[in-house]
Design a protein around this ligand. Structure first.
Ligand SMILES: *Cc1c(COP(=O)(O)O)cnc(C)c1O
Length: 444
């Protein structure tokens, strides 16, 4: 760990420093199984904490509203070119501050929100009485079936400004049934069909969705926030060839800084750029764009493919070990980096919240998650989402996954017995000590 003297935060702000040190220790000493999280490299961390944070660079490379942007242009162009190389897209906008904003850019560029104050109807109403004309329709995966808030949940801007219909997974198989998606698409005639998820353990049939979108005249968006790393490594089919838009976060399997990326066909490039800036955002976060450039560079190397293969192998081993101990997984397994443990069968009175809490006390960090046809509330849930990207980054492999499945099983099946939690916590610490974090100050 760096000493006090070369640590400006430690010298100047002990309160923040304490939280910083504690967080580094927490990450080192726990097993991070949250499917959307990862540990970035020292190089990505350095870029994210660099002098690029000092600079305004509204606009795009070569067309800025501020002087002194030559290095901004260089680093943003690197990020753009590398994103295009990784995913094979016509156009990439690397400025969205988050995955949600990457999606909002598509909504703003391509969708009509209708009007709350339709002028023609307004004339026949009392002055000031609002008239709502219907906005365009989104067809997307239901949140409880693995979808994301930004795909039309009523509390999100996507659900407030647009009409929304959801498809779900099949009750028996836990998988998306394209015949059902087609039936709904014919019925609701969406302007935008959204694919992609936060909690779907199976392969996406992009071509099947593209056929449906074409039949009903909808635009197609694939949100690959969770699986972008697998796609970049060629270990999950790439939606870019068949979609109008592809969005992603950069901080999940892709293992970059927190942020978003919006890709599109050439025809949409101008509209997507205007939607991100000035439509949704002001100055881009140039330090994070620099970090995206570094991360995209890492993702184009052969080692990254090896890493993503480990993510998959680990997930398969973890899933098989849980299944062999009698646990139930949604869709009976996984093809990607995550799985959904369904507690309803074996442990009907254990909620996801309870299991998350017990495991957390043992140093195993997971998140409670709604599962398809869940009858519990979102703060309770009947499921856990478990993912391997962070542990694969630390170098943990199939043997470690079998040990971890056993630990999860013991904690859940003992229903949080204090003695079991204590003994598992000891094993967690031992395992963590063998696999240091990349980029932490203690490993520099
Ligand atoms: C994580 C995620 C997002 C949102 O990312 P934020 O950066 O948290 O806004 C969007 N879509 C999907 C499918 C996600 O899993």
């Amino acid at each position: 760990m760096a000493s006090m003297n070369d640590n400006p935060i430690a010298r100047q702000d002990p309160d923040v420093w304490q939280a910083f040190v504690a967080e580094e220790k927490r990450q080192q000493n726990t097993l991070e199984l949250i499917a959307s999280e990862n540990h970035v490299s020292a190089a990505v961390l350095q870029a994210a904490g660099s002098v690029f944070t000092n600079k305004y660079a509204e606009g795009y490379p070569g067309r800025r509203y501020y002087g002194g942007c030559e290095n901004m242009d260089r680093v943003e162009q690197l990020a753009i070119d590398r994103a295009k190389g990784l995913f094979g897209c016509d156009h990439a906008n690397v400025q969205p501050h988050s995955g949600s904003q990457a999606n909002q850019a598509v909504l703003l560029a391509a969708m009509n929100p209708g009007s709350r104050f339709d002028e023609a109807e307004q004339r026949e109403k009392k002055p000031g009485e609002p008239v709502r004309t219907p906005g365009d329709m989104i067809l997307s995966l239901h949140l409880d079936h693995g979808g994301h808030l930004s795909h039309g949940k009523h509390v999100n801007i996507s659900g407030k400004w647009f009409r929304v219909t959801h498809y779900g997974v099949d009750r028996e198989t836990g998988r998306i049934n394209l015949d059902e998606v087609r039936r709904l698409a014919r019925q609701c005639k969406p302007q935008l069909l959204i694919t992609g998820a936060s909690a779907y353990p199976r392969i996406w049939d992009w071509a099947g969705f593209a056929e449906i979108a074409q039949e009903v005249g909808a635009l197609l968006l694939a949100d690959i926030a969770h699986i972008a790393g697998l796609v970049a490594a060629g270990l999950h089919p790439n939606p870019v060839p068949v979609c109008d838009f592809v969005t992603t976060t950069t901080h999940k399997t892709l293992r970059g800084p927190r942020g978003g990326l919006t890709m599109c066909k050439a025809d949409w490039a101008k509209k997507i750029n205007s939607a991100v800036f000035p439509g949704l955002q002001g100055g881009p976060l140039m330090h994070l764009i620099a970090a995206k450039a570094v991360a995209f560079g890492e993702a184009s190397k052969p080692e990254f493919k090896t890493y993503q293969q480990r993510v998959l192998d680990d997930a398969k081993a973890l899933a098989e070990s849980l299944l062999s101990r009698g646990h139930r997984l949604v869709s009976d397994g996984t093809d990607n980096h995550l799985m959904l443990l369904d507690l309803r069968k074996g442990y009907p009175h254990v909620s996801g919240a309870m299991a998350e809490d017990w495991l957390g006390r043992a140093g195993i960090v997971v998140n409670k998650n709604m599962i398809p046809f869940d009858e519990r509330k979102p703060m309770e849930t009947s499921g856990l989402r478990i993912g391997t990207p962070a542990l694969a980054t630390r170098g943990m492999g199939v043997d470690e996954m079998r040990k971890i499945a056993d630990m999860i099983d013991r904690v859940v099946s003992s229903e949080g017995s204090k003695a079991v939690i204590e003994s598992v916590q000891g094993e967690v610490l031992e395992l963590c000590a063998q696999f240091p974090l990349p980029g932490s100050s203690s490993s520099n």
